[in-house]
Design a protein around this ligand. Structure first.
Ligand code: GLU
Length: 598
């Protein structure tokens, strides 16, 4: 088990001002007066519980906790422990080995039924007692004491805090648990239980007597819903496939003999226990923990089950629920003719892009992309406009690319490559979602810049990164006459910058004619680190002017050398001198700059 640094504390929203707490409270209040059902009495200690207790909690994938009622009152987990111990056995032994020892078929029978496969003695599933007892015996440990300690530690990791055991409930069940003893002996006799009966039951009864609150159980469920990572502590408790397998078995077998109706009506993987606890999860969304000790004839908590049903209805959480129509997955298609990157380019480059920009095709995607949306994207990717040789895939708006969908899209990227189309991905989240893309850059604009550079290079129109333009080849100076160039050449000293140097701060009053390299423009005041917003860039042969008269009043970005750069600078003093000594040259320079900015 890998434990990460806890970063996000489980925070309880104050008051009922938020709609989630309000819903939990409302559901609780509307069911509080239902005193039907009975306390479990076959473990005498459980009959001593206050039957009026009723708590609900919901934990999100960000580790936020919403609670109502007695959500902080501890109760013994009983069968709510089963999915989590099953998770541990799966993590220890792997699915196939565990499956060969404990089945996954719903028994349709009560929790303590003698549901063993004829012949092998293999219990039907791990959510009923027989299967759970056997599952407990599978947990890797050198002896029973170590086995229980591992179970306690892992269930505590699921909950995000150390869970203690209720000695009285443990002893009570140890003294009266003859039916479980009988089950264990039957399995032992059939050869399916390979450990001793007493030592196995000792560990099993202890695991059932672990104390947790509805809030703890909500976090335990949220850990399963979060792919095995505790959303509060960020600890990796079990591998993701294990969490998925456990949820699947909870969905089919978690609710004893009402598992089928539960799946039909509530549609969430869940597990109940005879102390009145109930755990349920919505994969990728949240976990809930409920506690109310009065049980129906099937052994499920009356109020906890009803509350789960209402929550699922209220928030439309049924697993089979149609998710509804989403916004289009493709938000933008175009080419470098119609969409511009954030690079300021010299005329020669602009001309090539104007003539050949349709060789770069841009697609922007958005939303949560699973199979159906990926299929739509595939259709669109398959139609490559004639002459397109580069394709920008803008994943900035993609909140999630389902792994299966990512494989589909990556296969399409590979196929495009075989047709000579190079794919550049723009993704600020740097998720590496499409490994066969030629490059992944931190924004769609940079991906487009990259493709533009490649297009320019293929037309011999790009400047080598280490090459510098002669001043007279600079767009601004090239359009002035010899005399003006000489005057300006004398007034504008040459300057060079190393990669990473801050070339112009927001408040510099200066004119820069860039002759080599490239500048990145960052939102004013930001350093160009990973978090800074890159607004665009400036290429050799173009000018940056920071003169108040030419400014449009916006705060200018900070310019940082992304490559070694050189250029000519005209500062305020030199400009004032030009104003006095060569006003006509200065006026022509202004005119040129103004036309460059059009
Ligand atoms: N310790 C209990 C038993 O084995 C758990 C049963 C349950 O919660 O369903 O009888």
């Amino acid at each position: 088990m890998r434990r990460g640094k806890p970063t996000l504390e489980a925070a309880t929203p104050k008051g009922a001002s938020d709609p989630i707490t309000a819903a939990l409270k409302e559901i609780r209040d509307s069911l509080a007066s239902d005193s039907s059902g009975a306390l479990a009495t076959y473990i005498p200690q459980l009959a001593k519980v206050d039957p009026g207790l009723f708590g609900l909690a919901l934990a999100t994938m960000d580790g936020r906790l919403y609670k109502a009622g007695d959500a902080d009152v501890p109760f013994t987990l009983q069968s709510v422990s089963k999915p989590f111990v099953y998770a541990l056995a799966l993590a220890d032994l792997g699915l196939d080995e565990v499956l060969s020892r404990v089945g996954v078929e719903p028994s349709g029978e009560a929790f303590n039924a003698i549901s063993l496969e004829p012949g092998s003695g293999r219990p039907l599933n791990p959510m009923i007692n027989a299967g759970a007892i056997l599952t407990t015996s599978l947990v890797r440990a050198s002896d029973p004491v170590a086995r229980f300690e591992r179970i306690r530690v892992v269930l505590s990791a699921f909950a995000g805090r150390r869970l203690e055991m209720d000695e009285a409930v443990f002893t009570s069940e140890l003294e009266t648990g003859d039916r479980n003893r009988a089950l264990a002996w039957l399995m032992r006799n059939a050869g399916s239980l390979r450990c001793g009966v007493d030592e196995t039951l000792d560990v099993y009864f202890r695991q059932c007597a672990l104390l947790a609150t509805a809030a703890d159980v909500a976090v335990m469920a949220a850990t399963l819903a979060n792919g095995g990572v505790n959303p509060c502590t960020k600890a990796v408790v079990v591998p993701q496939p294990v969490a998925e397998h456990v949820l699947a078995v909870m969905a089919s077998c978690g609710m004893y003999d009402s598992a089928g109706e539960w799946l039909l009506r509530v549609g969430l993987p869940a597990k109940s226990g005879v102390s009145g606890g109930l755990v349920a999860a919505s994969p990728g969304q949240f976990g809930i923990g409920l506690f109310s000790p009065l049980l129906d004839a099937g052994g499920n908590s009356v109020r906890a089950a009803a509350a789960s049903r209402r929550l699922a209805e209220r928030f439309q959480l049924h697993l089979m629920h149609h998710p509804g129509r989403s916004a289009p997955v493709i938000t933008r298609t175009g080419s470098a003719l119609t969409l511009q990157s954030g690079r300021r380019r010299r005329r020669a480059e602009r001309d090539v892009l104007q003539a050949h920009g349709d060789a770069i095709d841009v697609r922007s995607l958005q939303g949560d992309i699973e199979f159906a949306a990926a299929e739509v994207v595939l259709q669109s990717l398959g139609t490559v406009p004639a002459g397109a040789r580069w394709r920008v895939l803008d994943l900035q708006g993609v909140s999630r690319l389902h792994p299966g969908a990512a494989r589909m899209l990556d296969a399409a990227v590979l196929e495009l490559g075989s047709r000579g189309v190079v794919v550049a991905v723009g993704d600020p989240h740097r998720r590496g979602l499409l490994p066969h893309a030629a490059v992944e850059l931190p924004s769609p604009e940079e991906a487009l810049e990259w493709c533009e550079d490649a297009l320019l290079e293929s037309h011999g129109a790009s400047l080598a990164p280490d090459a510098a333009l002669k001043p007279e080849a600079h767009d601004v100076l090239a359009s002035l006459d010899e005399e003006a160039r000489t005057v300006l050449g004398a007034a504008m000293p040459a300057q060079a910058w190393g990669r990473g140097d801050r070339v112009l701060a927001a408040d510099d009053e200066v004119l820069l004619l860039l002759l080599s390299g490239r500048l990145g423009a960052y939102a004013s005041g930001q350093a160009p680190d990973a978090a800074a917003r890159r607004l665009g860039s400036v290429g050799a042969g173009t000018a940056v002017s920071r003169w108040r008269p030419l400014d449009d009043g916006r705060v200018s970005p900070t310019l940082v050398a992304e490559l070694p750069c050189s250029g000519r600078l005209l500062r305020r003093v030199q400009q004032e001198r030009l104003e006095r000594e060569h006003p006509r040259v200065l006026a022509r320079l202004w005119r040129q700059l103004a036309s460059q900015q059009e």
